[in-house]
Ligand binder design. Structure first.
Ligand code: ADP
Length: 161
């Protein structure tokens, strides 16, 4: 069985993320979507909430599992018998950092490869930050995030005032 890991902050999951998950799920037997804890970022949603939003958005994909991790990514891969890390690339601006990370991970564990999937042209502009900014001003988010989680975002923004 071939397994892949798709890591990110997913604060919250967007249609851009979902597009990558869908395509990865057609390539691999199993895809682990892993909510990573990034100490540099102050998230809008808790880790558990982010996992729940991903679960709701991917419930029709039978080979996708949602998980979380706050240690080295390659350790997660090893423990879950996954040899591939999937990353989405929106623009050249994503490339520098992602390329560095791919090489660093390869140095730590030469058995792990990173597979870059080019973002669908429909979503190259889309990030969780854009979603949060639009949500603050009451924009219609239906073109940005899976419909299953629209209310969760609106409610969270209202809660935060
Ligand atoms: P962000 O906070 O920038 O939205 P994440 O850390 O959650 O991103 O991203 C996880 C992964 O998903 C990264 O590989 C990132 O490049 C990719 N990604 C994010 N948004 C998109 C998009 N719109 N299209 C394709 N890939 C994306």
């Amino acid at each position: 069985m071939t397994s892949a890991v798709y890591p990110g902050s997913f604060d919250p999951i967007t249609l851009g993320h979902l597009n990558i998950i869908k395509r990865a799920s057609l390539i691999f037997d199993k895809v682990h979507v892993v909510v990573m804890v990034n100490s540099d970022k102050r998230p809008l949603f808790t880790r558990e909430e982010r996992m729940e939003l991903i679960r709701k958005s991917t419930k029709t994909y039978s080979n996708v599992v949602v998980d979380t991790w706050d240690d080295l990514l390659v350790k997660y891969c090893k423990e879950n018998d996954a040899k591939v890390v999937v990353k989405g690339l929106r623009a050249v601006s994503d490339f520098d950092w992602e390329f560095q990370m791919a090489l660093a991970n390869k140095k730590i564990d030469p058995n792990i490869d990173t597979l870059f999937l080019a973002s669908s042209e429909k979503y190259t502009y889309l990030s969780s930050t854009v979603v949060k900014e639009m949500a603050k001003y009451g924009a219609d988010l239906s073109g940005f995030v899976p419909r299953e989680i629209l209310d969760d975002i609106v409610n969270k923004i209202a809660e935060r005032g």
